[in-house]
Design a protein around this ligand. Structure first.
Ligand code: MN
Length: 205
């Protein structure tokens, strides 16, 4: 769970990165992390704080805002702050000690998809077919079942009463400097840096 974003007197804060900006290279370059995290993500946080100032949303948690805000700039920025806080938290320095799901998460994946390779293929296909900007999420339905959800723009599975587990950012700002138009190659490489213990910690069991 992304528990480290807090509302304070000054609004939401950009979460701290758990790793140096160069730690995900060569999967994601230092330059891309610096721009994606330091510029894009930071701008979403700043815009969210402007949108909630002196409104009824000021005292709400990020997840409450994403569930309740009407379509528009507030929801767009809140959704992207939630998306990016989960995104940057779910990676581990390259090369990771292990890059396969274990424990309960492995059990859920085998039950709902058959095996990890099938899940990977389905997420890669979903990322390739998502038109325009958005996110592909491995998410958990209220019933407990795992599913893959395409979210356009800044939407998040919690708007569909699901729990986000692992998210692929398919906005071009996430990969264009490193992969140009090769989105599929970028998505495949990401499997090398997923922190599966973090993803498993988001599971409802
Ligand atoms: Mn992004």
């Amino acid at each position: 769970m992304s528990t480290y974003i807090r509302t304070t007197e000054t609004g939401f804060q950009l979460p701290v990165l758990f790793y140096p900006t160069g730690a995900l290279a060569p999967v994601i370059s230092q330059q891309t992390v610096e721009i994606h995290y330091g510029k894009h993500f930071n701008t979403y946080v700043e815009n969210l704080n402007k949108c909630i100032a002196e409104t009824e949303y000021e005292g709400m948690t990020l997840r409450e805002i994403v569930k309740q805000a009407p379509k528009g700039p507030l929801l767009n920025n809140a959704g992207q702050v939630l998306n990016h806080s989960l995104y940057f938290e779910q990676f581990t320095p390259y090369p990771p000690a292990s890059n396969r799901p274990t424990g309960n998460l492995k059990e859920f994946i085998h039950f709902d998809f058959g095996n990890f390779d099938i899940l990977k293929k389905k997420m890669e296909d979903a990322a390739a077919s998502l038109f325009g900007s958005g996110w592909v999420w491995l998410a958990q339905e209220e019933s407990g079942k795992l599913t893959i959800v395409n979210c356009p723009n800044g939407e998040n599975p919690i708007q569909q009463y699901m729990t986000p587990l692992y998210g692929i950012d398919v906005w071009e700002h996430a990969y264009y400097l490193d992969y140009q138009n090769r989105r599929a190659e970028h998505v495949k490489k990401l499997w090398d840096i997923v922190d599966w213990e973090m993803v498993e910690s988001r599971l409802n069991i």
